[in-house]
Design a protein around this ligand. Structure first.
Ligand SMILES: [Ca+2]
Length: 395
């Protein structure tokens, strides 16, 4: 632990604002609403655009990026909203959410689905021969309705599956509608976890290579699982280019430098604690570590991590202040991954310095960063909990 923290601080000293400098972006975006470039926002909307009025679209247009399910990005019903967002903010990044190695069961009658969400249907169809199985031969459903795809074929990675998915995305990208600017990959994994809600319907344990040894006890299998995920990213990068924004959720992007280097950002789903019950301080220091130079790759000249937390409303402000210090994007959520507009109002202006850590990374610690209009500051208690979270305007 001590060694990790020492490395964290060493990395911080060399951190050059983690892509936050962006001199080409105007302080005001086109549209009715005045907007500060900092803090930097990212919309996270895992839902249809139904109900988005002009005001919601205008507010969403104040963000750097917007994460929307890929099937929605490629649906005609969404095109007007996406085109309007680009009119309001030509620099906005439309990032398509797509789970890693997962397909969802479809309703029995897919007639409407083919019309309204053709990508969802075509994706299901393209990968339906690649469902993974358990040690008892059962279908490997890992979330209710969500079936894992098998990354292993003939004791090697399943390259056909990579090609099928990449081919499909490429076909839609070239299909004549608005193009996507990137993908948010949900969710990279070291091993396979079956959500308890799938039991007792699912029998047996995950077994991706078919040798009847569960994934959790099968090192070769887990190595191929991780390798598949990296090769998948390499193939998407090869097809869509260096500036295609790729953001990853899950633990491997936060720990595996090789995987992180194939990405441009990390999605922090439950910042700062993660599903792994980190203290606030541990989660925050991990963020700084991840955002230090050279861990993630850049796209369009910067990194694209997003801080999110839909569980605790008070964490929205903690995400905002943390994003300022770390040089990434924050989102504001209120109980679900549905964008309803911005309620927090901080006009920090651009950074005026680097992040500074003072104190003891294992005890009392304060992180701060100067901005044109004030200072972002977070302090932590000896037990790792947060004390003060503030943006203090300059006098
Ligand atoms: Ca196995």
């Amino acid at each position: 632990m001590h060694r990790h923290i020492a490395i964290t601080i060493a990395a911080l000293i060399g951190c050059v604002s983690c892509g936050a400098e962006n001199p080409g972006v105007p302080d005001e975006l086109v549209g009715a609403s005045r907007s500060s470039t900092y803090p930097e926002r990212g919309v996270v909307h895992w839902a249809p655009f139904d109900g988005w009025d002009d005001e919601t679209i205008s507010q969403a247009g104040r963000s750097k990026a917007i994460v929307v399910p890929m099937d929605r990005c490629f649906a005609k019903g969404s095109w007007k909203v996406i085109e309007r967002l680009r009119e309001l903010n030509p620099d906005i990044q439309i990032v398509a959410y797509l789970p890693v190695l997962l397909t969802y069961q479809l309703p029995a009658d897919t007639t409407g689905l083919k019309e309204v969400l053709p990508f969802l249907f075509d994706y299901y169809d393209a990968v339906k021969s690649d469902w993974a199985r358990t040690t008892t031969g059962d279908t490997l459903m890992i979330w209710p309705g969500g079936i894992l795809l098998d990354p292993i074929a003939d004791n090697d990675i399943n390259r056909d599956l990579i090609a099928k998915i990449a081919d499909l995305i490429e076909a839609y990208q070239e299909g004549g509608g608005p193009r996507i600017d990137g993908i948010m990959h949900d969710y990279f994994m070291y091993s396979v976890y079956i959500n308890p809600a799938c039991r007792p319907g699912v029998e047996g344990e995950p077994d991706l290579d078919g040798d009847l040894v569960p994934c959790s006890e099968d090192r070769d299998e887990r190595e191929l699982l991780l390798l598949w995920q990296k090769e998948y990213l390499r193939e998407l990068r090869r097809r869509f280019g260096e500036d295609f924004v790729m953001i990853g959720n899950g633990r491997p992007p936060q720990e595996d430098a090789e995987l992180a280097g194939l990405l441009n950002g990390i999605f922090y789903e439950s910042f700062p604690n993660g599903p792994w019950c980190w203290t606030d301080r541990e989660g925050f220091l991990r963020l700084l570590d991840n955002q230090s130079d050279g861990f993630l790759s850049t796209a369009k000249g910067r990194t694209w991590s997003i801080l999110a937390n839909d569980q605790l409303e008070q964490n929205n402000f903690f995400c905002l202040v943390s994003s300022l210090i770390a040089g990434c994007l924050y989102t504001e959520l209120h109980g679900s991954y549905t964008f309803t507009g911005w309620t927090l109002s901080v006009d920090s202006g651009p950074p005026a310095g680097e992040a500074v850590l003072e104190g003891n990374p294992d005890s009392l610690l304060t992180a701060s960063r100067a901005f044109r209009n004030g200072e972002a500051r977070i302090s932590f208690n000896p037990n790792g909990g947060r004390n003060e979270t503030v943006f203090e305007p300059a006098r």
